[in-house]
Ligand binder design. Structure first.
Ligand SMILES: CC(C)(COP(=O)(O)OP(=O)(O)OC[C@H]1O[C@@H](n2cnc3c(N)ncnc32)[C@H](O)[C@@H]1OP(=O)(O)O)[C@@H](O)C(=O)NCCC(=O)NCCS
Length: 141
């Protein structure tokens, strides 16, 4: 298993993976839109896990000068519980640390609370915060 930076040629495989593991994502979180925007902002923090020549996992990270964030942490169901998700998170952590990032945040959908055990196993703790959001622009695709 190899972790490397996303390349445009991964677009179809990554989109198929996200559609499979995030079937309920809202319209503003469609794969093509996410990928297009990420390639324009810190694209070097968008990683895929490759196994046998196929994309089997993804993670996107970002650093805004205050906190690092993790998004799109996903492993193909056929490759889960083999340590790939953990390896992706540690890889992104190292990339953020190298930028001087002091702390990482991430969000988990309430309906996906089972995944908290995964992040706890990697040293993340639940913080008593209310998560809020606001769409700045309508989806363009
Ligand atoms: C969450 C996810 C990325 C984990 O990937 P993974 O490759 O299976 O994770 P790992 O094999 O590295 O797991 C490391 C540890 O996390 C914990 N863990 C992982 N998945 C878990 C689950 N479903 N329930 C409870 N604990 C879990 C275990 O302690 C595991 O160690 P173990 O297998 O030795 O018991 C993967 O399940 C996934 O893609 N889920 C769907 C998408 C998703 O919900 N992403 C998170 C969005 S916030």
């Amino acid at each position: 298993m190899l972790i490397r930076v996303f390349q445009e040629t991964d677009t179809e495989a990554v989109s198929a993976l996200w559609r499979e593991v995030f079937p309920n994502n809202p319209r503003h979180s469609q794969p093509a839109q996410i990928i297009r925007l990420k390639l324009a902002a810190q694209r070097e923090l968008f990683f895929v896990a490759e196994s046998g020549g196929a994309v089997v996992g993804t993670i996107m990270a970002g650093y805004d000068g205050h906190r690092g964030w993790l998004y799109a942490v996903a492993v193909s169901p056929r490759h889960q519980r083999q340590g790939i998700g953990g390896a992706l998170v540690r890889h992104a952590e190292a990339a953020l640390a190298a930028l001087g990032c002091p702390k990482i945040n991430l969000q988990v959908r309430t309906a996906n609370a089972g995944v908290v055990a995964f992040y706890r196993s990697l040293g993340y703790a639940v913080e008593e915060l209310i998560s809020m959001g606001k769409l700045l622009a309508p989806p363009t695709e």
